[in-house]
Design a binder for this molecule. Structure first.
Ligand SMILES: [Zn+2]
Length: 329
């Protein structure tokens, strides 16, 4: 190795916290390494929370690290919320961590949406995190598009996230080009993202050369298109069957014919109900639905939306005059 390369190598070792390797290399290659330089590195390790590397460095360089300096750093880590560094350092130097301080840090972490750190700190304090903190944490995670941390926080609190939170999370994920969590969030919310969102997610994946994620996004976008162009399916249902449909809202159960437009009868109607696989979107589709309903012998009908864009058709025949020209409300 040339002298220049040796210096680069030693510098690399020092930067990565491998001081004994740096010291050895310097010794064999007769490269000078000043105590001041080494000491500066050791304190740099401590600043970064690398307690074990600092101690190993102190041993390799013969630079002493007073106990007060070490305990001072453990307290510093705690105050800065560097929980892992504090735990590791406290173990190394055998300094017990004050419980009230740990609980405070645990709480701060959860309220900032740092689930893993917060849970670790609560575990260390041997305390159960309050559900309220977990829900705030979960909600924050979801808003930031961190689906799995968000779900985990809610799960620990034995709660379920709101549909709106899941949708926000899904949007955030798709926006960042994270196809799988984005689709998963939408699936959990029982909603469908738009074709455009999926396409732009796929494009983002392509730019970042994540081809599998891109393909998943484009396939999902394609599926949405297919579903939208599928012809509307009509199925007749009895009133009893309708009552068995959970997704049918109360409002629709009370949806009823009010008056015959032909003879003004307001009492006696014979009703028929149909479920549409989706609601018509264009005039063309409405005309097609009219023809379809004619095949069932239905001329006049009212359509309502329920569930995920499904339709319910109510048609009534006046028992007095036999007209289908009935108004609903
Ligand atoms: Zn009538």
């Amino acid at each position: 190795m040339s002298e220049e390369k040796v210096i680069i190598y030693i510098k690399k070792c020092l930067d990565e916290g491998r001081m004994s390797e740096a010291v050895e290399t310097a010794k064999f290659s007769s490269t000078s390494l000043s105590k001041e330089e080494l000491k500066a590195y050791i304190y740099k390790y401590l600043e970064k929370g690398w307690m074990s590397k600092a101690l190993a460095g102190s041993k390799a360089s013969g630079i002493e690290l007073p106990k007060e300096v070490l305990t001072g750093y453990v307290n510093k880590y705690l105050e800065e919320g560097k929980i892992y560094s504090a735990i590791e350092a406290s173990k190394i130097i055998g300094m017990p961590l004050p419980k009230d301080k740990i609980v405070k840090i645990a709480r701060d972490c959860l309220l900032k949406g740092k689930l893993e750190q917060g849970m670790e700190a609560y575990k260390l304090a041997e305390e159960k995190p309050p559900d309220g903190e977990l829900i705030i944490c979960g909600s924050l995670c979801l808003k930031e598009g961190q689906l799995y941390s968000g779900l985990e926080a809610y799960k620990i609190a034995s709660k379920t996230p709101l549909v709106e939170e899941l949708v926000i999370c899904g949007n955030r994920c798709l926006d960042k080009g994270q196809t799988s969590p984005g689709l998963e969030a939408y699936r959990l919310a029982n909603k469908t993202p738009t074709k455009e969102m999926l396409r732009s997610c796929g494009e983002k994946c392509l730019i970042e050369k994540r081809h599998d994620d891109a393909r998943t996004a484009f396939v999902a976008a394609q599926k949405i298109k297919e579903e939208k162009t599928k012809p509307i399916e009509v199925r007749e249902m009895t009133l009893e069957e309708l009552h068995g449909l959970n997704e049918l809202e109360e409002a629709w159960k009370s949806f009823a014919p009010r008056a015959c437009m032909n003879c003004e009868n307001e009492e006696s109607f014979k009703e028929r109900y149909f479920i549409l696989s989706r609601c018509p979107e264009t005039n063309e589709e409405e005309e097609r639905l009219d023809k379809l309903m004619e095949k069932y012998g239905v001329e006049h009908y009212a359509v309502g939306v329920f569930g995920d864009d499904k339709g319910i058709v109510d048609s009534a025949t006046c028992s007095k005059c036999g007209s289908q020209n009935v108004c609903f409300d």
